[in-house]
Write a protein of this length. Structure first.
Length: 676
């Protein structure tokens, strides 16, 4: 060993000073420059002036404490309050209490191009540590056409190419040609979207949605924030959403419409900042409390349980899922001071419906209420305690033909919700309210149960939810065609279940039912599944309401799954949906009688077991690219294979500077009307 090094080591140990130095273990925004030392790819990207937080986690030497920290952008100190706290007040497992977290809130940069940022932290003994990362500000480009006034994002949750194709097949084929295109098929431009999240090739719905409306990758389960090392679900470093940016800079209003519980990942991923997509009380409170920052004007879906005071039958409000920012802790107080966010409070007894009404919102709880709603006022619609019923069950309930409910009536009657609107009816009313916005709006419309029923491997239910979603797409397309100032995109956050359209049944429905009684692979697979030319063209007959008269047709479409759990298959429509554990009355009759999972639902149907590829009881998301189609001014920007974060910058370009494709500036071409 080098003699000088030994001497230095002995002297250091004799003096009682360790050779270790403080280290930066996390730097935010996420940066490959920090993670690996490589400048590319640039992970974090922002619009000029878009706000975001800077943060670093610093591990001091043993027995030491971080006493000061500051941030730099392009070598210049950031002129904002720097909050410094240690982990004694709560950090993730494995971090020592003396670990420091330093944060600067609501930073923005106007200049386009790549930027370097760094943190410098000082230990009590005077030692310093620095760490460097990079981000990019994506400049606006010269426009060839006018700005768009309105943006409509239609999000088919879990809707991959197979789900879109299945819905088209239900519309019908003749000698290989589709009889009636889907509304989304008639859009001007189509591309493919890469869907990976910040921490996985397989995203969940939270980062899948927020990438489109923040321009950045989030971790799975997180919405509008970068990951951090605290346990608080609402204090993570924030990224400004499209709704916030356009409301702040242009005064645009926000509408959110979903068939899910409104606290769910996709709706919340347009306006709420949290690292826990399940923190329902705080999520819905943030919708209301921060409406002045997002421009929230329409909120519709399920989720009444979060709005009712604790103790009210059906309420799920709890302080454990709420948030409150301390005014004495700069780490969270600056969210209020710098972002202008509401401080929040632990208020499980809050009557949030009443608060919305007091603030001037109309409140509707049924389709009948929705029809009568005053479109001159903001609108809150809560049509279920949690997720709304799916299209197949709502339609059967309306037709009066559904006696499959386990109490003797219809499924929607079992849920106590016989008067729910369809998604296109909700979208129509939302547009009637939002079109009054003088500066325009951003509207997100979600077909949520394409995903939820694909998880359940309930083929006919997700097929009809895709049809329901496409009818909402038609509403948005018609609105855009009439106005010429509205950009519409239809896409998905991810694909769910690895759905595969494997062919068609080779037998009638009556014969299929008989084969199920004979059981086994020989009868229900070998004797039924027609591939290639044996698949033919399944012929579903559409009723006047636009949905199939029945999904149990002769020679039906057959769907398999590549990301499935174990299930039994007889290819026929499941009489009831699975039990929805998010419903507050799921443990009470009649909902407790509904099957808890696919195996219980199928109950060894025909004894044809399809072995799953994944553990558990549900099919899962896949990493497959998803289609995106666009219509209206700016549509031609959405072609090729793009990242989900690219969509944000294309939408903002059209709204802030104008469209970039000279041949695509009117959006006035009327789409073909469906045949009925």
């Amino acid at each position: 060993m080098n003699t000088k090094l030994v001497t230095l080591l002995l002297a250091t140990l004799a003096g009682g000073t360790a050779l270790a130095a403080p280290t930066v273990t996390r730097l935010t925004p996420p940066s490959e420059r920090f993670a690996s030392g490589q400048a590319d790819p640039v992970i974090a990207r922002f619009l000029p002036g878009q706000r975001f937080d800077l943060q670093a986690t610093i591990k001091p030497d043993a027995g030491q404490k971080i006493t000061a920290a500051r941030f730099f952008i392009d070598g210049k100190p950031v002129a904002a309050n720097v909050a410094l706290r240690d982990c004694a007040s709560g950090c993730v497992k494995g971090l020592a209490p003396e670990t420091a977290i330093t944060t600067v809130r609501a930073v923005s940069v106007e200049a386009g191009g790549r930027h370097e940022f760094s943190v410098e932290a000082t230990q009590a003994d005077g030692q310093k540590v620095t760490a460097t990362g990079n981000f990019e500000v994506v400049p606006f480009t010269a426009a060839f056409g006018p700005k768009v006034k309105n943006i409509i994002i239609l999000l088919g949750d879990g809707m991959g190419a197979s789900q879109r194709t299945a819905a088209r097949i239900v519309h019908g084929y003749a000698q290989g040609k589709a009889l009636q295109p889907l509304a989304m098929d008639s859009f001007t431009a189509t591309g493919l979207v890469k869907t990976a999240s910040l921490n996985s090739i397989v995203t969940d719905s939270a980062p899948g949605m927020t990438a489109y409306v923040s321009g950045n990758k989030n971790n799975n389960n997180e919405e509008g924030v970068f990951p951090d090392d605290t346990v608080d679900a609402f204090d993570n470093p924030r990224i400004e959403y499209l709704s916030e940016y356009l409301h702040r800079t242009q005064g645009k209003q926000l509408g959110i419409v979903t068939t899910a519980d409104v606290f769910d990942a996709t709706p919340a991923g347009n306006a709420v900042h949290t690292s826990n997509r399940g923190a329902g009380t705080g999520i819905v409170d943030q919708f209301f409390d921060d409406r002045a920052r997002t421009g929230l004007t329409v909120l519709m879906g399920g989720g009444r349980k979060w709005f009712l005071p604790a103790g009210t039958p059906g309420s799920a409000r709890a302080d454990s899922s709420d948030y409150a920012f301390s005014s004495t802790d700069a780490h969270t107080a600056d969210i209020v001071r710098r972002w202008g966010a509401a401080p929040g409070s632990l208020d499980k007894d809050r009557d949030l419906i009443r608060d919305f009404q007091t603030a001037g919102f109309s409140y509707v709880a049924t389709r009948t209420d929705l029809d009568r709603a005053d479109t001159s006022k903001p609108l809150l619609g809560l049509f279920a305690f949690s997720n709304m019923n799916v299209a197949l069950d709502k339609i059967n309930g309306r037709r009066g033909t559904d006696k499959n409910g386990l109490s003797g009536g219809s499924v929607v009657e079992d849920f106590g919700l016989p008067d729910q609107p369809m998604l296109d009816e909700m979208a129509t009313k939302a547009l009637a309210v939002l079109k009054r916005a003088p500066q325009g709006f951003v509207l997100m419309v979600e077909g949520a149960s394409i995903d939820k029923q694909a998880h359940a491997m309930d083929t006919e239910r997700w097929m009809l939810d895709t049809l329901e979603f496409d009818r909402a797409v038609r509403v948005a397309q018609d609105f855009a065609a009439e106005r010429g100032d509205t950009l519409v995109i239809v896409t998905a956050d991810h694909e769910c279940s690895g759905a595969a359209l494997i062919g068609g049944s080779t037998v009638t429905d009556k014969a299929l039912a008989e084969l199920a009684t004979k059981k086994g692979v020989a009868n229900l697979r070998n004797g039924v599944v027609g591939v290639y030319e044996k698949a033919g063209f399944p012929r579903y007959r559409l009723a006047a309401d636009g949905y199939p008269e029945t999904t149990d047709i002769d020679y039906r479409l057959l769907v398999g799954y590549g990301a499935n759990a174990d299930r039994y298959e007889d290819w026929r429509t499941k009489k009831t949906p699975q039990r929805d554990g998010q419903q507050p009355f799921a443990s009470q009759a009649p909902l407790k009688w509904y099957p808890a999972n696919a195996q219980e639902r199928d109950d060894a149907l025909g004894e044809y077991l399809v072995t799953g590829q994944v553990p558990g009881e549900q099919a899962v998301h896949t990493a497959t690219d998803v289609p995106l189609s666009a219509y209206g001014p700016g549509a031609l920007a959405f072609t090729g294979v793009i990242d989900n974060t690219d969509v944000f910058f294309k939408l903002a370009q059209a709204a802030v500077k104008g469209v970039v494709a000279p041949a695509d500036t009117s959006g006035s071409k009327k789409p073909p009307k469906p045949k009925r």
